[in-house]
Ligand binder design. Sequence first.
Ligand code: TXA
Ligand code: MG
Length: 324
Amino acid sequence: MSDALAVDPRAVFAAGRLIALPTETVYGLAAPIDRPDLVARIFELKGRPASNPLIVHVGSIEQARSCVSQWPELAQRLAERFWPGPLTLVLPKAAHISDAITAGQPTVALRMPDHPLALAILNASPAPLVAPSANLFTRLSPTRAEDVRAVFEPADVEVVDGGPCRVGIESTILGLDIDTRTLRWLRPGQISQSDITAELPPGWKLKVISERSKEAIDVTPGRMQEHYRPAKPLTVVISERSAETVFSDVGAGWRLVSLPQEASAAARQLYRALREADQDHVARLGLCLPPCCLDQPPWEGVVNRLRKAASQWHDERALGPYRA
Ligand code: TXA
Ligand code: MG
């Protein structure tokens, strides 16, 4: 056990409990890949459908290789460049990775998180750890230990407090199709498309597929259009005007959510800002985004999360001034 760790992961798992793992992106709810009972418990506690596959977290490239049946040169290159860090690679799975983890798919998602406590827990664990975000299914992801404590019981989950998450939104996910030498852009995160294309060797291409396409649904069955949701309905308005102006006419009972103007700061604050607003005694949440954010690559991850978090999306460029 590492000195930095106040818990012994082996003892926690032996007692049938899960660990809330701090990572640089969001907190994860972790269990060893070779404990089917605890893997099932994750789905049960989160209320997550079995069709939504889990990411396997590893402490080394060697451990990642033990979870796959093929490890192409490009996987090695991306892992060396971006791990530990907010990048998940989807590759053909090794036989011992269970269908419960991959939702029956022939592939497994892998990532090495960039947080000293996450790495210490991984190194002190009996096996790699599956870890979905430590939130209830479809709800806001947790970026602080208290967000996890507010939802799960201590009897079920040992929460390791690693402070607020530095990145704030989930990892970028890439699917490696070795036969066609295609990288599929499955979920945007802090690592951008240009970060990835800069690493692509000749012969490989990056394919960005619409989330609503059949191809996207086939390769990532768990991706929901409704996700990352506050309890109160959220309206996002795309506008050149200030939020105060946009929402000034729409009546009482609104709480405005504001984000920093810089993309990585906005990502870091996103879930926390929505969570705090959600706790106010208001009926609805409102957020304004300048149109330029929609096509600036660093904003892709935040815009993706907001599209799913919003129950109403109003683009003033197409629809004119917002009226509730
Ligand atoms: O940053 C993160 O990735 C966080 C932290 C805790 O590491 N984890 C996370 O896990 O976001 P989760 O379960 O909330 O999202 C995992 C997503 C699934 O919904 C699915 O879209 C994709 O990863 N995924 C997992 N396995 C896959 C596979 N074999 N093929 C395609 N997509 C997969
Ligand atoms: Mg999640």
